[in-house]
Design a protein around this ligand. Structure first.
Ligand SMILES: N[C@@H](CCC(=O)N[C@@H](CS)C(=O)NCC(=O)O)C(=O)O
Length: 318
């Protein structure tokens, strides 16, 4: 009985995890010291020499307690004032977490080498050492960084030490991602029993679960999240979740105003944030529907091509 209760309370934790796709506290971080990416173009900048070739699925590796190593190419840095290369970067994450994927998009775009520790959402034993109970957590040369927007702010400052403020347009879209776009995701990916199962199949296949936890989480989590997503819809005043997703995608394409990226000819932090949170739904039914029914596909493909390819190999447990 006690064991069953424990299982259910862990399942509830998994459902909470999944629901945080959409319920995470509203974030309105002010990026006080961020730099306009374009402002840092100067003679010190190292030019691009990029070979677009990655597809996001290529970065997915499964396995329990897996640490996946991502190394960088030796080639050019992005347009940064000075090349900042930390020695040891570890991302504690859930593979399907939109906030974690935001951080990953940033690291991959800036060609920062990092390792991944896939956290088991049922016991979170991999992050027991931290007081922060969520992911992403980024450890940079031993320093703990939490909260995706704050992590990106900090890392961006280090890449661009001669900082100026982020421009208002980018700031607006960064807040839109945290306050709107992420909330549209859960009602979509858990929309129907079959989509909820598809999502949990993805979550449990790519996450860090024991065999039994995987089975329990897949079916229990899908059922729980199907119902939770209806509540989330109400909470965020969403009536038609697909329309909300399509509208968000179209809103973003309109925001580009015909530019290749929000950042112009190169992605900026706004592009990376939108791309990061949409990446986990890319191959789910909701993501496929979004690509079929909106104009976002071309920009998304351009962004995929901006990511560094995964050259990593699986390493033994964390
Ligand atoms: N505002 C945070 C939200 C982070 C968040 O809610 N993460 C979820 C995973 S998507 C989480 O760890 N939830 C707590 C849990 O799993 O118990 C951020 O941007 O990093």
């Amino acid at each position: 009985m006690a064991a069953t209760m424990r299982k259910f309370s862990r399942l509830a934790a998994t459902a909470r995890t999944a629901s945080s796709f959409s319920t995470a506290a509203t974030v309105t971080t002010t990026r006080r010291h961020l730099i306009l990416q374009t402002a840092s173009y100067n003679s010190k900048n190292i030019p691009h020499s990029y070979t677009p070739q990655s597809h996001w699925l290529s970065s997915i590796t499964t396995g329990h307690n897996s640490v996946i190593s991502y190394s960088t190419a030796t080639s050019a840095a992005r347009h940064v004032d000075e090349k900042y290369v930390p020695n040891d970067v570890v991302l504690y994450q859930y593979q399907a977490c939109p906030f974690c994927n935001k951080v990953k998009a940033f690291l991959e775009y800036y060609d920062i080498p990092y390792k991944i520790v896939e956290v088991n959402p049922m016991n979170k034993k991999e992050i027991k050492w931290s007081d922060y109970k969520k992911v992403p957590i980024l450890k940079v040369d031993g320093e703990e960084m939490v909260n995706s927007s704050d992590i990106i702010d900090k890392m961006f400052q280090r890449l661009h030490p001669d900082s100026v403020s982020v421009d208002d347009e980018t700031q607006k879209w960064l807040e839109w991602v945290d306050n709107h776009l992420v909330h549209v995701l859960s009602p979509n990916i858990y929309r129907s029993p079959s989509e909820a199962l598809e999502s949990f199949d993805y979550i449990t296949t790519h996450g860090n679960f024991s065999f039994m936890d995987r089975v329990v989480a897949k079916y229990g989590g899908a059922a729980a999240m199907y119902f939770v997503s209806k509540k989330l819809k109400k909470r965020h005043n969403i009536t038609d979740e697909r329309k909300a997703l399509y509208d968000a995608a179209e809103t973003w394409v309109d925001a580009l105003k015909g530019r290749q990226y929000l950042g112009g000819s190169e992605p900026n932090l706004g592009d990376l944030a939108v791309f990061g949170v949409l990446r986990p739904i890319r191959d789910l039914k909701s993501g496929k529907d979004m690509f079929e029914n909106t104009r976002i596909g071309e920009w998304f493909t351009r962004m995929e091509n901006q990511m560094k390819p995964n050259r990593g190999t699986n390493l033994p447990g964390a």
